[in-house]
Design a protein around this ligand. Structure first.
Ligand code: MN
Length: 743
């Protein structure tokens, strides 16, 4: 892993792409080398090497990813301001303003190493934060290429980290894993990212690193043989189709194997896809042909196919990804398929684009946007940070995640992390718009507030004249907000209310929750459940009021309590007696449903059991599409089915019993201002939660246009019920949705 080969200036010059640079470019890099060589003369690295080896390696890394000679020269000179007597003025005189700005920029971004005076690794957060902030601010204010030089600098420092003290190793490795590797990933330089991660892993967890390296090594022969065999099988299959391809084995790096073991909680022995194949062909069209051949040769793993050719990643990455099961069924392996151009971008990152002049402008703009965004995020998040850890998490998720680009009604582009909702959008546009948000239209249509925005969506926020955010917006289960920025603003709003107000709101909310779920408990009973964290009841209610304690946390506690109290799971069931006759109720035209039945490949359907054969769950069934009354379910051997005429048989559909779950029927009452499609919207929420709507009846409208809807839902537990009720209450015009027990 340690690459400590000594370089000469000739090595670096040979790296410069011959077509893209003339003699001037080579002369510039050589001149930079001469100045650096002289300035660093007599200095040594901790490894004992002459200091000039470090800038030579940094310049070499930059040349390798196709940077223009100015950047390579700046890489060569990157340490002269900090480590030698050379001044910025001298730099500008000899190399011009551009290079002076680049070198100064790199110098400005201090490492954690320089910021820290203590050895306590737990103090890292603050220093990391400071370093991150400086880095982003410097990048935004100066030149984005500075960050590439900084990354190359870090990569070479990581390669030679072995010569430092253990404490310094850990500190630098930690920072590398937390900041520099994600940054390399965002900029699309995967080769650097993977190496930074592996090196950091090696110093942070040496025991595990050695163990994995050893295990991988032990499997080496066996693995190599298997890869060879797969390459040969694929080569022959492709030859038959006349597709010329280059196929390579692709070892996975250690850190990603380690992450997988952690994520899936499995031992090394069960990480099968420790290797993969990469297939390079001439055209995108051929990529898809290869995919076809591949999937005929081996069985694809369900859900593991990604088409990044049709949907490139934001950093420009394109490829087809799939995973297949080997012919003996014992292992799975991943395959990436792409063209030569795509491969270049994947290996070298966006920088590879810079060779192609016509794409230059686009890429640069995109990068500039990205940096500007990071900067804004860092500023926003640092302004009112209380908890540093939360702040770093915030930066990480808001800044490093994939993005979606959406439009304001006036056509302004807003970009948000993937999965962001209309509320996130509202808070992004303006805090006040977030607080007053009461609904959203996406592409002209009313949209649920937990909708995940897609690139290209046009979002319009409907806001009230006054009023504040809802506590539900902080409820992670409801999914109304994704970004930390929005959540922070919401919490802030609640914190700024007075303590008395928060206590009062908290009590009101708990009361409402108890009523909604029809739980016979007092407020003090609930506060009692939280005495460990909140000794006084009022502290608890205040925390509920500010949104620090969420509704699902409360419901989970209550559920635990109920489960503890009695072995019988909940008492929902005995609260539900079917009432067939409600004086003012009109039975809906929906057929009575029994259980949930999935039509093969078409999701959930409301269905009716045939009276002639009354099939039971598990028996072989078939559906008959009636005229206007949905689907009737018969036993396959039902006489009525066997007797059907040929044309009638057209109406039969294949059915499968859905996954059976222990559920309880719960009666729910919804009050709402009546409007078109209200029932449709309610049933959509129910269906999206995978809950069966067993029964529904609508009352008459009163003179205020308020309608009452009774439903019976089959739910597995209280939390689920709570979630469905919460989501129903978010539907436009709904006043209240609660569990309802007949008096
Ligand atoms: Mn350096």
């Amino acid at each position: 892993m340690t690459k400590d080969k000594w370089l000469t200036i000739e090595d670096v010059l040979n790296r410069l792409p011959s077509g893209a640079v003339g003699t001037d470019a080579r002369a510039l890099v050589r001149r930079a080398y001469e100045v650096a060589q002289q300035a660093h003369a007599g200095q040594q690295r901790d490894s004992g090497e002459p200091y000039i080896q470090h800038p030579l390696h940094v310049a070499d890394l930059l040349a390798e990813i196709n940077f223009e000679s100015e950047v390579v020269a700046a890489g060569m000179l990157h340490d002269v301001l900090e480590e030698t007597k050379v001044t910025p003025m001298q730099l500008e005189e000899q190399f011009g303003k551009e290079i002076r700005i680049l070198v100064e920029g790199v110098t400005k971004i201090e490492d954690v190493e320089e910021l820290t005076t203590q050895d306590d690794i737990r103090d890292l957060d603050l220093q990391e934060l400071e370093s991150l902030r400086k880095m982003f601010l410097a990048m935004a204010e100066d030149d984005i290429r500075i960050i590439f030089i900084k990354l190359a600098d870090r990569l070479h420092n990581m390669r030679t980290l072995g010569f430092l003290s253990k404490e310094r190793q850990k500190r630098i490795a930690h920072e590398t894993l937390e900041i520099f590797a994600p940054l390399a990933n965002r900029l699309g330089i995967w080769a650097w990212k993977a190496e930074l991660q592996d090196l950091a892993f090696r110093y942070l967890n040496p025991a595990m690193y050695e163990e994995l390296a050893g295990l991988l090594d032990a499997r080496k022969t066996e693995r190599a043989a298997r890869v060879e065999k797969h390459i040969e099988m694929l080569r022959q299959a492709l030859a038959k189709e006349n597709i010329a391809a280059s196929i390579k084995g692709r070892p996975k790096h250690l850190y990603s194997i380690y992450r997988k073991m952690q994520r899936k909680q499995i031992p090394f022995a069960r990480v099968y896809d420790t290797e993969g194949l990469r297939v390079i062909v001439a055209s995108a069209h051929e990529c898809y042909q290869v995919l076809g051949v591949l999937h005929r040769l081996w069985t694809p793993v369900h859900g593991e196919f990604d088409d990044y050719i049709a949907n490139p990643k934001l950093n420009g990455y394109q490829s087809l990804h799939t995973a297949v099961i080997s012919e003996d069924g014992l292992t799975t392996f991943e395959v990436q398929i792409r063209t030569r151009e795509m491969d270049k971008v994947a290996e070298l990152g966006v920088a590879a684009h810079w060779l192609y002049k016509e794409q230059n402008a686009v890429v640069t703009d995109q990068m500039r946007d990205y940096i500007a965004r990071m900067r804004q995020s860092v500023r926003d998040l640092t302004q009112d940070a209380q908890d540093t850890r939360a702040l770093i998490e915030g930066i990480r998720s808001d800044v490093f995640e994939e993005r979606v680009y959406v439009f304001t009604p006036r056509g302004k582009i807003v970009d948000l992390p993937e999965g962001a909702t209309p509320l996130d959008f509202a808070y992004h546009v303006h805090t006040e718009i977030g607080h007053r948000c009461r609904g959203a239209r996406v592409n002209g249509k009313w949209t649920p507030m937990d909708y995940a925005l897609k690139t290209g969506d046009q979002v319009e926020i409907i806001s009230g004249r006054k009023g504040g955010p809802s506590r539900d917006w902080l409820n992670a289960e409801l999914g109304f907000t994704k970004t930390n920025r929005a959540r922070q603003k919401i919490r802030q709003w609640f914190r700024h209310q007075s303590r008395d107000e928060n206590i009062a709101r908290g009590r009101g909310l708990v009361e409402q929750e108890l009523k909604r779920l029809d739980l016979r408990m007092t407020l003090d009973d609930v506060a009692e459940l939280f005495t460990k964290h909140y000794q006084r009841a009022d502290d608890f209610f205040a925390a509920v009021g500010t949104g620090d304690v969420t509704s699902d946390r409360i419901v989970n506690r209550i559920e635990d309590l109920i489960q503890k109290r009695s072995e019988q799971a909940l008492t929902i069931a005995d609260l539900e007696e079917e009432s067939e006759d409600e004086a003012d109720a009109i039975e809906s035209p929906l057929p009575e449903a029994v259980g949930r039945v999935d039509v093969q490949g078409a999701g959930a359907l409301l269905t009716r059991m045939a009276k002639c054969c009354s099939p039971l769950p598990g028996e072989e069934v078939i559906g008959y599409v009636t005229r206007g009354h949905g689907v009737t379910i018969h036993r396959r051997d039902c006489a009525n089915i066997l007797r059907l005429e040929r044309e009638e048989r057209e109406r039969l559909i294949e059915l499968d019993w859905g996954v059976q779950q222990d559920t309880f029927p719960v009666r729910v009452r919804v009050t709402a201002y009546d409007r078109a499609k209200l029932l449709h919207d309610l049933s959509t929420v129910i269906a999206n939660e995978n809950v069966n709507l067993a029964k529904v009846s609508m009352g008459k409208r009163d003179r205020y246009n308020i309608i009452t809807i009774h439903m019976t839902l089959d739910v597995p537990n209280l939390s689920k019920l709570n979630r469905v009720l919460g989501k129903m209450e978010q539907i436009r015009n709904v006043i209240e949705a609660r569990r309802f027990v007949k008096p």
